[in-house]
Each structure stands twice: as C-alpha cells, then as structure tokens.
Design a protein around this ligand. Sequence first.
Ligand code: SAM
Length: 219
Amino acid sequence: MKEKMSDPIILNPFEDVYSPSEDSYLILDFIRSNISQEIFDEIPIKEIRNILDLGTGTGIVAIFLELLNLFPSQIYASDILQNAIKCAQMNEKRNNIENKIKYIHSDLFESFPNHLKNSFDIIIFNPPYLPSIERIEKKSSDHSWDGGIDGLKVLSEFFSQVKIYLNRQKKCYVYYICSSKTNLDELYKLIKEKGFKNKVLMNRHIFFEDIFLNRAVLE
Ligand SMILES: C[S@@+](CC[C@H](N)C(=O)[O-])C[C@H]1O[C@@H](n2cnc3c(N)ncnc32)[C@H](O)[C@@H]1O
C-alpha cells in the first residue's frame, strides 16, 4: 500500500489558488499514518459512503484520497473559487483519475444540492484560519488564508452549517486545521456549543505559528 501513498502530482497555474503548504501536508500525513485496508482513523472503510474535501484548492487532499483507491465512497471537492475547481480538475487528470471526483463550486454549503444533506461520513476542511491582521504576502487570494478579525470567520460559519450535511445515522467525522494564531479558546467553545467533541490529532511548528489538525465528532 505504501506506493499508493506518495503525494499526488500537483501543478498550480492560477495566481489566486492556494498551493499545497504545511497544512495540506499535515492532513496527508495524518491520513497516511491512520489508514489500513480496513480502517481509517476509527471508521471501518467499507462503511464510508461520501467524503467531502471542502475548500479543495488544487485538489491535493481529494486527489490523494482518490489515489489510495481504498474507499468505496464518492469523493466530493468544493471551493468558493472557480479557479480552484478548474485547478483541481486539471490535477485530477494529471493523476490519471479523470471524472471520479465530483466538484461543487460553493461558498461553504450554500450551493450544495439538497440530496447531499445527511450524507457525508467524513468532511475535511483546511480553511482560511489566520486573523486578517497577519497579512503576509502570499500569491494566493485572501480566500486562502484570511479568517477575519480572529481567524474564526469561516470556521464558525462552517460549524453552523456542517451538521445538516453529516450522515447522522452513523458516527461521522469532521477534520479541520487551525493555528496558534486563530482564537482557539473561542473556536473550541463554539464547537462545543454546536454539539461537537473536539480532539487535536496532530500539530506542527512552522515559522511563527503552530498548526493543528483537529477532529470534531458530534456528541
Ligand atoms: C488554506 S486553503 C486550503 C486548500 C487545500 N485544501 C489545501 O489543503 O491545500 C483554503 C481553501 O478554502 C477555500 N475557501 C475559503 N473560503 C471558502 C468558503 N467560504 N467556501 C468554500 N471554500 C472556501 C479557499 O479558496 C482555499 O482553496
């Protein structure tokens, strides 16, 4: 299985699309370390139906999952940026897995079709999590990193909307990234208020911040 676990080939010709960075690779590393033929994290693989990579950017996470060829599931990838959808579709072709991933151009869940309500067993979101004040010169658009005053703008809206898209017949899992620059007290408080139990799964120190991969599960 190891040979299936290398990074996908990712190119990014778009100025406004986020190129894979430490946070993207933290997600890939977690998946690599926690997957076998039968189980991903705590979930039996054969029970996973729909997976969503929200804010897919270049498509790196969705394509990595598809290349593993382990999930019987449909993999969806969405982004607020039309160029991200184009970029992910191009990268999907580059990795010889044409037309497997389903794409949705949407601001969070706004344009998701009704039939996807109560359908996702796993949702992965590497959101814009930095406070606006942390403006750093990046090539990608503000959508990639700007999480508003305290880094919570998109994440808090996400946690308000996500529940109805989770498959609540079973235990379902939300994986997301945040940073030591995000207002973590406020974030974990609001996640608890929305009915989720949160666990930090991995962290990594980069430049002036620590980034965290979290798992939120409905209680
Ligand atoms: C930090 S980048 C992560 C990209 C990719 N998942 C990765 O790990 O490399 C955040 C992504 O979320 C997208 N995004 C930001 N706000 C969004 C929203 N409201 N709805 C959907 N996608 C959003 C951005 O366009 C960007 O592609």
